[in-house]
Design a protein around this ligand. Structure first.
Ligand code: SF4
Length: 77
């Protein structure tokens, strides 16, 4: 899976990867987590979520549908 800045940030905040991993290091665990059939969908949805809600500086946790499962919810307000 390509790990761009959105994928790296959102996956780390959601606890899908160890937040200490670099984007390069996150490639393998995210690819394995998704499985071959879901790599594309996971990538697209992490990018979309990062662009629309889980912004780098001011994530919109208050309107995030993933807040109930996100270990980082509310840490940025
Ligand atoms: S709850 Fe906040 S930190 Fe977690 S995914 Fe949503 S916007 Fe990002």
């Amino acid at each position: 899976m390509p790990v761009d800045t959105h994928v790296h940030r959102v996956a780390g905040r959601l606890g899908l990867i160890d937040a200490e991993l670099s984007a390069e290091q996150a490639h393998r665990p995210l690819t394995e987590l998704a499985g071959p059939e879901n790599v594309y969908a996971l990538h697209i949805n992490l990018v979309r979520h990062g662009r629309r809600i889980c912004h780098a500086r001011r994530p919109q946790c208050g309107r995030c549908p993933l807040a109930v499962i996100c270990p980082s919810a509310g840490l940025f307000s």
